[in-house]
Design a protein around this ligand. Structure first.
Ligand SMILES: [Zn+2]
Length: 678
């Protein structure tokens, strides 16, 4: 829960006067912009509190009055001559809101209420002088959706004396509102009742036309339909904060990329690699690196704009209401609960994101990778991959989401504990099921043919007591020419997968050396430790979430005024957590680089030092991986040490034969997307 701000700030009088004045001026603008008034017995009574700054102390009152006077922004209502009601107003910002008494409004009494509203407007117009009337730029009035056309016409006619009127907010009653304050806020009319909104809009439009016929000089105000709710002032400026976080992260990462871009402009390879790579390969790798960097400048800007637009235009609440109205229209009544709604919402969200990411992924695959000869995907493979992964999302998301929401709904305050257990079970399920059911949708796994390689790997596994169940070759070359190898499975039954591209490009001993490194990760307990760390991470996320889930101000600042859906809470919560994720990413990369050095050392001790070095160099050249890096960029982004560091640690001083490791004539570039590291 957000910490409560201290009730007292005793040092305030000691602040310099200029600063105090600034604070009073800011406080004046912090006031709710909706100034609510009622007409009672021919008197206009303010319902909203006058600005607090007027009554704090002499200094604040003086500053507030000065601000109002400077723009001659007080309205004086002459109420029957006896008393004068002063109203303080910032006309560019404030909305004068004439409200009705909601409690006694029923369809039968409403027509009288509407006649009263016309009377109120006429009273306001007559109790203000012409100069004051002209100051009013925004008016809000209550009109019920079932008002008769005649009453709507009478009300609009009463607007004619307000010469400066630019906006008319037509406010409707919020049937679900519960009282929690006196200040009001206006929100969009809910989708589910758009028919009533449409009807009322039509009435208003027709009557405005009617008035215009008789008063052609009338400057018709813009009419907005809104719903009035009591304002629960957010305790915390969540929206500003989250936009700020995301902008800061974007700027920080752009700064790192700009530093890295300078390194990519170097024309000579780093010393350790001087004998390993030809100038031609180095130039090409630098050019590839720069092309990727330029692309990422554009794509991350695109992502940032998307993100900000989503927040700025309240896309989440709009999408939530829209998907809710689909359910009402198309689904049977028993599917109208929060779980069904969340599933439809998330699936729609996934499709939107997929569509928005198309331009960048098409460019990356078919222009950027293509240019450097890495792309192996045909448009057909590209499209079917998208369709398959969408289908997968549609199969997997609903049960996972339903489980997640059910747990939060059922287990009360303890939900984070159960959620964590659920997540761990899910992970184990995915580890066992993913390789046999999902991976084959995208790639073909076939058992490795018997031969020198199979014997070599099996020998290595036996030497390390690795519970090897099966050895596979994966057709990575279908999409990319990424060269790699990895293992998966439960602790007692493991499978090793080798990319066909790795086998094709390397000597048998080099492939075994690569696996010695990979099995080093297993033997040194890296995989187990990373799994444990991810469990701690999940636990920490879920327990923090349990604190956030009831945070009304978080929901409200993102446009969720009446509902607090769990899934939305989780999305907003992850956004708020982004700065923490940045730190965690940095720490995880530092740890991961340490593990890589350890796994290299492991392979070295098994006697694969030079084979591993050779295959690292080969992979580097085949993948045109970046040869050198800015230290800040590398520290933040890289999960693996750069090649020169690894070769240094392996004690590599070049091949004794004096020949380059790579037969350059045969070295056509191979690779594409995915992991290209060991
Ligand atoms: Zn590794």
């Amino acid at each position: 829960m957000p910490a409560e701000s201290p009730a007292e700030f005793t040092l305030f009088p000691l602040l310099p006067p200029e600063l105090r004045v600034k604070i009073w001026q800011t406080a004046l603008l912090e006031r709710n912009s909706i100034v609510e008034l009622r007409a009672l017995n021919d008197t206009i009574i303010p319902r909203s509190q006058p600005p607090k700054v007027l009554s704090i102390n002499k200094e604040s009152r003086y500053e507030a009055l000065r601000a109002f006077r400077a723009h001659s922004n007080t309205l004086s209502f002459s109420n029957g001559g006896a008393t004068q009601n002063q109203l303080y107003l910032l006309p560019k910002r404030d909305i004068l809101y004439f409200s009705n008494d909601y409690k006694v409004a029923t369809p039968s009494t409403v027509q009288g209420k509407m006649a009263d509203m016309a009377g109120t407007l006429s009273l306001v117009a007559s109790s203000l002088n012409e100069i004051d009337r002209a100051k009013i730029e925004s008016l809000a009035i209550d009109i019920y959706e079932w008002s008769e056309v005649d009453h709507v016409r009478d009300i609009i006619r009463e607007l004619l004396p307000f010469g400066g009127l630019k906006t008319l907010v037509v406010v409707m009653r919020d049937p679900v509102e519960k009282k929690s304050g006196t200040d009001r806020t206006f929100v969009e009319w809910p989708w589910a009742q758009r028919k009533q909104a449409y009807d009322l809009q039509t009435k208003l439009w027709k009557m405005s036309r009617h008035i215009l016929r008789y008063h052609p000089g009338w400057r018709e105000p813009t009419i907005k339909l809104r719903l009035a709710q009591f304002l629960d002032r957010p305790l915390f400026p969540w929206k500003k904060l989250i936009v700020g976080f995301s902008l800061a992260q974007y700027l920080f990462e752009s700064f790192l990329s700009a530093r890295q871009y300078q390194v990519l402009k170097n024309t000579r390879p780093p010393k350790v690699l001087a004998n390993e790579v030809s100038q031609e390969v180095f130039d090409k790798s630098q050019a590839y690196g720069r092309a990727k960097a330029q692309f990422s400048f554009v794509s991350s800007l695109y992502g940032q704009i998307q993100n900000t637009a989503f927040i700025y235009y309240d896309i989440l609440p709009k999408l939530w209401t829209l998907t809710g109205s689909w359910l009402l229209q198309f689904a049977p009544a028993r599917f109208s609960g929060e779980i069904s709604h969340s599933i439809v919402f998330v699936l729609t969200f996934i499709i939107i994101q997929q569509v928005l990411s198309l331009p960048t992924s098409i460019y990356s695959t078919f222009v950027l990778e293509e240019k450097f000869g890495f792309n192996k995907q045909t448009p057909k493979v590209f499209v079917t991959d998208i369709l398959k992964s969408q289908m997968l999302a549609f199969i997997l998301a609903p049960p996972i989401l339903a489980g997640f929401l059910k747990i939060v709904q059922k287990t009360g305050n303890q939900f984070f504990y159960y959620l964590w257990l659920f997540g761990a079970a899910l992970q184990v399920f995915m580890i066992t099921v993913y390789p046999i059911t999902i991976l084959p949708l995208f790639n073909k796994l076939s058992p490795l043919d018997p031969g020198a390689l199979k014997t070599g790997v099996e020998g290595l596994a036996a030497r390390l007591n690795f519970p090897l169940k099966e050895l596979y070759v994966i057709d990575g070359s279908k999409r990319s020419a990424h060269s790699n190898a990895y293992f998966f499975g439960l602790p007692w039954k493991k499978h090793i997968v080798i990319y066909d591209t790795l086998i094709e490009k390397s000597e048998t001993e080099e492939v075994v050396a690569v696996l010695a490194h990979e099995l080093g990760h297993w033997s040194l307990g890296h995989t187990t430790r990373l799994f444990a760390i991810s469990q701690v991470h999940f636990f920490y996320i879920f327990s923090l979430f349990s604190v956030f889930i009831n945070n009304k101000s978080l929901y409200k600042s993102f446009g969720f005024h009446t509902q607090m859906p769990i899934i939305i809470g989780f999305i907003l919560f992850s956004d708020a957590l982004a700065p923490m994720d940045t730190v965690i990413k940095l720490l995880m990369n530092i740890l991961s680089r340490r593990y890589e050095f350890q796994a290299d050392e492991f392979a070295q001790k098994l006697g694969y030092s030079s084979e591993l070095a050779k295959s690292l160099i080969k992979l580097q050249i085949q993948n045109l991986s970046t040869m050198d890096a800015d230290w800040m960029y590398a520290t933040y982004h890289f999960s693996h040490p750069i090649l020169s560091e690894r070769l240094g640690a392996l004690g590599w001083h070049g091949d004794k034969s004096g020949e380059s490791v790579v037969d350059e004539k045969n070295d056509t570039a191979v690779k594409a997307s995915g992991r290209d590291e060991l």
